[in-house]
Ligand binder design. Structure first.
Ligand SMILES: Nc1ncnc2c1ncn2[C@@H]1O[C@H](COP(=O)(O)OP(=O)(O)OP(=O)(O)O)[C@@H](O)[C@H]1O
Length: 258
């Protein structure tokens, strides 16, 4: 089974600061795994190292048994590792369909671009078919023709997820999708993401500050604090962990638990 990502001893140093300090993290095939921690704990740095946007200072990463530690980001993406960004990487004036076709074009060449321009051949039709089926899975069929900038914020976040999924990844890294959403939107988003993950058999690693959403959708959770792993375990383990409560949750976890 594919979609197995393992980071071992991940360490990233900036001048005078260790943003990730010997972090071991694993996402098994089909799992939804949360990565949480206070601001500045090193979560996005961890994503950047896993995807290849930043070079590790030390440590190693495998994807389905292949060492990808020194592989360029584009190669990792071709191997099945995709991500979303905290600031969505979308063209606001283009339609949802055009954004998804262009997202596919970045990795699959001119076929998708020709499809975006309406120059349909067999490859282009295939790209368009895949984009439509992913849009459907992500609940975006009704808004395919709408300019992304006109859509509600939560829908834009789902377009960002769909833009990553058009690469047909086996592992998707989702960076703080709930930022700017209220708790209802965030819960809806989390439930939809969990369903997409199950339907596509796609592993997910998600950074999120909305603890209630993380506790409800994740199989396992890692907690980072000052660049180090503070705890890991099931949602029940994390809820019960006194160190996590003290360092991070405060009363939030009690609210989330009820
Ligand atoms: N390019 C960089 N150069 C120097 N320091 C950096 C750089 N990027 C991040 N840092 C520092 O590394 C630490 C970890 O940052 P990171 O963005 O990974 O944390 P985070 O947990 O994702 O935070 P947030 O929840 O606020 O997004 C912070 O102290 C940050 O200021």
């Amino acid at each position: 089974m594919s979609g197995h990502l393992i980071g071992t001893g991940l360490t990233k140093r900036y001048a005078g600061l260790v943003a990730n300090d010997n972090v071991d993290i694993e996402v098994r095939p089909g799992e939804i795994v949360g990565l949480i921690g206070p601001n500045g704990a090193g979560k996005t740095t961890c994503f950047n190292c896993l995807t290849g946007a930043q070079k590790l200072t030390s440590g190693s990463i495998t994807l389905d048994g292949t060492d990808i530690s020194y592989m360029p980001a584009s190669e990792r993406a071709k191997m099945g590792l995709a991500r979303t960004f905290q600031q969505a990487q979308l063209f606001k004036h283009l339609s949802v369909e055009e954004n998804l076709l262009l997202g596919r074009h970045r990795h699959y060449g001119a076929g998708a671009l020709r499809a975006a321009l309406g120059l349909a051949g067999a490859a282009e039709r295939k790209s368009r078919g895949i984009v439509h089926s992913i849009a459907d899975q992500c609940g975006l069929t009704e808004v395919l023709d709408a300019p992304v900038g006109d859509l509600p914020f939560g829908t834009q976040r789902m377009v960002e997820v769909a833009r990553a999924i058009v690469l047909e990844p086996t592992v998707l890294l989702v960076d703080e999708p709930g930022a700017g959403m209220d708790s209802t939107e965030s819960a809806y988003f989390g439930a939809l993401l969990a369903r997409i993950s199950r339907e596509r058999n796609m592993s997910v690693l998600i950074i999120e500050h909305d603890v209630a959403m993380i506790l409800s959708i994740c199989d396992r959770i890692y907690v980072l604090n000052f660049g180090k792993l503070l705890a890991q375990g099931t949602p029940a383990d994390i809820r019960a962990n006194a160190e996590v409560r003290a360092a991070y949750f405060g009363s939030t976890v009690q609210e989330a638990a009820v």
